[in-house]
Write a protein that binds this ligand. Sequence first.
Ligand code: TLP
Length: 348
Amino acid sequence: MMIDLRSDTVTKPTPAMREAMRNAKVGDDVYGEDPTVNRLERRAAEIFGKEAALFVPTGSMGNTLGVKLHTQHGQEILCEAKSHVMNYELAMAGWFAGCLCRTVAAGNGILTWDMVCKHIKPLSPHWAPTGLISLENTHNMAGGTVTPKAVLDEICDGAHALGVPVHLDGARVFNAATALGIPVRELTAKVDTVMFCLSKGLGAPVGSMLTGTRDAMDRARLYRKRLGGGMRQAGVLAAPGLIALEEMPARLGEDHANARLLADGVAAIPGLTIEPGRTQTNIVIFDTAGTGLTGAAFAAALGERGVLCNAVSERGVRFVTHYDVSRAACEAAIGACAEAAQAAPALR
Ligand code: TLP
């Protein structure tokens, strides 16, 4: 059996999720008649303390809608340089919303008001005005780093005072809230829209949610239809989503402890480096430079030893923990790392 640390997207539905899918009450959601989707949307809104929520097939679609809702063609979106909206969504901000991303680099992925405020621009004969700030919490490619509530609140207060809305790519916002020890509704209280994924650490097979005001969600429903995302009897997907939402956040701490174990294990292996303290949640990114191997070559060497993972940069490899990898599997992965590093040309 391979140990799959490529992503928390690889989790399979739990037996309870399968059972819920089988028994789900369904209707046509384009008519607003799927009782299970309606229940999931109500619960997501309640849990996030927002007026309404919308079930979407993917996190990318949720972000696409979030960006479109807040912006006009010809505006700029401020986001972090390694953010998912910028790098992994096929330039959706340009394609669907007609906006340009203005990136601000934060080494640890955590943008602050001081960093973003100087890039906020009004309309002028030369500049595109800022239409939106899009944040990511946790920050995937910075290694699952957490933006604390006070930092997020300060950005929201500053942006709102200038009339600029804030969208949160909260694909893993339950991981952030777990690390901070506060409810998601508190962490995201000031952001205008939140996208979060049911299909990552929460383990649902498919689906993400967008939350915000009733008016915003009514408009997002139309944009979702325009993108081909009106899903009919989607209750079979919402049913495992409800289990993901209600039951899975409580166990994310385990994934964080396993990620910490991996980070400490990797840090002790000659040739591999990892910034201590960076591993706050379920993502571990380490550098393979000392082995003389590229990230891709190191990932391939791990693959030969039964561990699947992704190279995320020239020298960067990413592990993501989730409920389908046990502590014992993480220990085995550390062993595979030690072997692969030892066999590498620079260390042989
Ligand atoms: N992330 C995936 C890959 O696309 C990189 C992964 O394996 O981590 N926001 C963030 C922060 C994400 O990490 C992802 C997916 C998304 C949005 C998009 O979600 P999906 O895959 O459902 O479109």
